[in-house]
Design a protein around this ligand. Structure first.
Ligand SMILES: NC(=O)c1ccc[n+]([C@@H]2O[C@H](COP(=O)([O-])OP(=O)(O)OC[C@H]3O[C@@H](n4cnc5c(N)ncnc54)[C@H](OP(=O)(O)O)[C@@H]3O)[C@@H](O)[C@H]2O)c1
Length: 241
């Protein structure tokens, strides 16, 4: 993708990796629109970067996704990049009482939202790029976040298909595959051991400049290229701790 002069919607772009992407694209002279549920972090983002347009939206709800798209069509029909970044991660076991309700919510945000937004946003005449944020766990699950890992495997598979299918419409589909990164994903403190967002973003920036459409970093590079034996070794190491 060209790295400047775009109008970009970043879902979940007010925190974590999304915020890193927001600030990277702002510094390259792009217009950025960010949506998310929490009003206070959207306001903080707006105060820090007054040019950012923000929108409260719960992407787990179908009607809110449609409302978001209708607003974009009416007020920002020149959006040419969609970044499906928003996601949640539930640390839960299948035996817990609330397992299924949590799983349904995770599936709604991590799967239903990006596939629905894809089907809506390709109707925009100027749409040229979709970036999907999957995970190193798309390739090798962490059993403590079994549903999360499965949603990311789904999203990786869907992204591969979209890469091919949307070629005909001249829409480039980019997959960003982060490894564990220090954000509040899953709850505060759970990812403190991992590299900071700034390191991921610095690497992503260079890969985008090189024209890459599969963006990896650290362990996610190894996992995305691993064969079955390497995946089994990684699975045992990750899940026997
Ligand atoms: N951090 C990692 O280790 C890691 C590794 C691989 C992949 N990823 C992926 O990277 C993406 C960003 O995660 P992150 O690590 O940056 O965590 P994060 O800081 O928690 O960011 C998630 C973002 O998604 C938004 N979001 C969640 N549910 C939403 C909903 N129902 N509607 C609208 N927005 C919603 C959140 O905003 P609100 O809460 O305000 O709605 C938040 O801004 C996710 O897709 C995650 O799966 C992260």
């Amino acid at each position: 993708m060209k790295i400047t002069g775009n109008k970009i919607l970043i879902t979940g772009g007010a925190s974590g990796i999304g915020l890193g992407l927001t600030e990277m694209f702002l510094s390259e002279k792009n217009s950025v629109i960010v949506c998310g549920r929490r009003k206070e972090i959207l306001e903080q983002l707006q105060q820090k970067h007054p040019s950012v347009v923000t929108r409260e939206c719960d992407l787990s709800k179908e009607e809110e996704r449609v409302r978001l798209f209708e607003w974009i069509k009416e007020c920002h029909s020149d959006v040419n990049v969609l970044i499906n970044n928003a996601g949640i991660q539930n640390w839960v076991t299948v035996e817990q009482e609330d397992f299924f309700s949590k799983a349904k919510n995770e599936i709604a945000i991590n799967i239903e939202a990006p596939i629905h937004l894809t089907s809506l946003f390709i109707k925009l005449n100027q749409l040229s790029t979709i970036m999907n944020v999957t995970s190193g766990l798309s390739f090798c699950p962490l059993t403590k976040v079994a549903v999360y890992s499965a949603t990311k495997a789904f999203f990786h598979s869907f992204t591969m298909s979209m890469k091919k299918e949307l070629e005909a419409k001249n829409i480039e589909v980019i997959e960003l595959i982060p490894p564990a990164i220090n954000t509040d994903l899953g709850g505060k403190g759970l990812h403190d051991y991992a590299p900071p967002v700034s390191e991921l973003i610095a690497s992503i920036y260079n890969q985008l400049k090189e024209g890459k459409t599969t963006l990896t970093f650290g362990m996610s590079d190894a996992m995305s290229k691993a064969g079955p034996e390497q995946i089994q070794i990684a699975f045992d190491r990750m899940n026997n701790q």
